[in-house]
Structure formats: C-alpha cells, structure tokens
Design a protein around this ligand. Structure first.
Ligand code: DGL
Length: 270
C-alpha cells in the first residue's frame, strides 16, 4: 500500500504532508531529486530524462501510482511520459489538474466540455520552465472559457527555499507579485503553481491583498488523491514501508527537510 510522491527537491513535502493527514493508512515513498534541483531552469528533454529515472525508482520501490508533486515535471514531462513511457499497470498523475478543477468549480475527475466560470482574471506564479510550457493555460482551456491568465516566472524562489534562505525567498516573492500586478493590476485568483510556494503562502496572500483567492496545491491534491484511491483501490501498490529517498546528500537533505516541515524527517540515498 505505497504511493510514490516525486519532486525535484523539498517542495513536494508540502503535498506529502497533506496527503499523509488525509490518508493516514497509506504508506508514501518520497523521492527528492536534490542532486539535480532546480528543474525550473532546465529544458524539457532534461526534465523528462530526470523525471522518468526518478519515477522508475518509485515503481521499483513498490509504488504503482506516482504523483508528480512538481509542477515543472508535470508541465514539461508528464504528457510525454503518459503517451510513451508509463507501463500499462502503473499510473503517473500530476498536480495541475486538481488545482484547475478547484478553480473552475468542478468535481474531481469531471471531464465535461469547457464552460464559463466565475473567475475571469487569474495570476499564475510558477517556475520559468512551467511558465514557458504553457501547460497550465492548456489544461485550463480544456475546462473553462474566457479566463485571462497572466503568468509570472518566479526565478530564484525555489533555490532560496532549498537553501533555507527564507528572507531572500520572501523578498523575491514580493518582487514577483509586484511584477505580476504591473501586468494584471486586479487578479481575482492567484495560483501557486510550484509545490515549494505553499511555504510562502502567507507572503503571497499579504502581497496580493486579502480579496485575492490564493489556490495552493497540498490540500487540493490530497483531496483529489483520496477520491482517486477510493475509485481505484487497486492502485495502492505492493510497497508497505514509508520512506524518503534523495539523490543528494541524505544527511544534509534530512536537516533541510526537518527545518522545512518542522518535524523529524530522515532521508536515505536513492
Ligand atoms: N517544486 C517544483 C515545482 O513544483 C520546483 C521545481 C524546480 O525544481 O525548479 O515546480
């Protein structure tokens, strides 16, 4: 009963934490590709190569279902993986769709045609690779009509969070929000399209103002995962043990993760 959760680094731990609370009986195997982080400045081929290698490791650990808790990998690699790489008895799901379903007021997994929705002006904050893929806009267009999206590539924020430099991360978030507001002065909703950003959610909310609805992935992804596992209990996989794997230095990553989640986390070498 193990589900795999993948991220390029620590960000996916925000999703893992929410998923663990929503599904206390499920074991999770977390994979952080710290040796190759950040992904947000890499090209699509590189992201595909790294993501497939990591997901294969999670399949080998007994996970039949893997969540890409990394928007950059979801944006740049997921579609290609699903088309040509994922074995028939395995599933790999991304983190965009649950957030877009929430934004467009849909039930989980509702694939009906696009329709008008209440929210018209959406700010997207994400890594440079996610923004340039336009995957968010594509997934949104499958579900909603007439929504104006302004995207802000938030260079530097992932590196600052991985380095534990939250003062720099806060300053960068404020300046990225300012830049976004120059392009879209009154967004109705803001999407935090990177799993590292929930750690900065309060900073985004204050900088954007209290009237802007901020959509953050951990709770949305874990609610959608619970619904998926209720409908597909056979995807729980054979693995029984929860564990944290990294391609980086396990001791250093464990210290960073313990600070990041404010609870003891022990990584081992992938
Ligand atoms: N947490 C990843 C995401 O959601 C960060 C990507 C990176 O490594 O730049 O996009």
């Amino acid at each position: 009963m193990a589900v795999g959760i993948f991220d390029s680094g620590l960000g996916g731990l925000t999703v893992l934490d929410a998923a663990t609370q929503a599904l206390p009986d499920v074991s999770f195997v977390y994979f952080g590709d710290h040796a190759h982080n950040p992904y947000g400045v890499r090209d699509a081929d590189d992201i595909y190569r790294l993501t497939t290698a990591a997901v294969q490791r999670l399949f080998d650990a007994g996970c039949d279902l893997v969540i890409l808790a990394c928007n950059t990998a979801s944006a740049a690699a997921l579609r290609r993986m699903q088309e040509i790489w994922v074995p028939r008895d395995k599933r790999v799901l991304g983190v965009f769709v649950p957030m877009i379903e929430a934004l467009t007021e849909r039930q989980w997994g509702d694939n009906s045609p696009p329709r008008e929705v209440a929210v018209k002006h959406v700010a997207l904050f994400a890594t440079p690779a996610t923004v340039s893929s336009r995957a968010f806009q594509r997934e949104l267009a499958f579900r909603a009509i007439g929504v104006d999206v302004e995207a802000q590539a938030c260079g530097g924020v992932v590196d600052a969070i991985e380095d534990g430099d939250l003062i720099l991360a806060e300053a960068l978030v404020r300046s990225h929000v300012d830049a976004l507001k120059r392009k879209m002065p009154e967004p109705q909703a803001a999407v935090l399209g990177c799993t590292h950003y929930p750690l900065m959610e309060d900073v985004f909310q204050v900088a954007l103002g209290k009237d802007v609805a901020v959509y953050s992935q951990p709770k949305l992804v874990s609610a959608s995962l619970s619904d998926y596992l209720n409908r597909h209990p056979n995807m729980l996989g054979s693995g029984k043990e929860s564990m944290f794997l990294t391609t980086g230095d396990p001791r250093k990553v464990s210290d960073q993760a313990t600070r990041f989640l404010r609870r003891k986390i022990e990584f081992r070498a992938a």
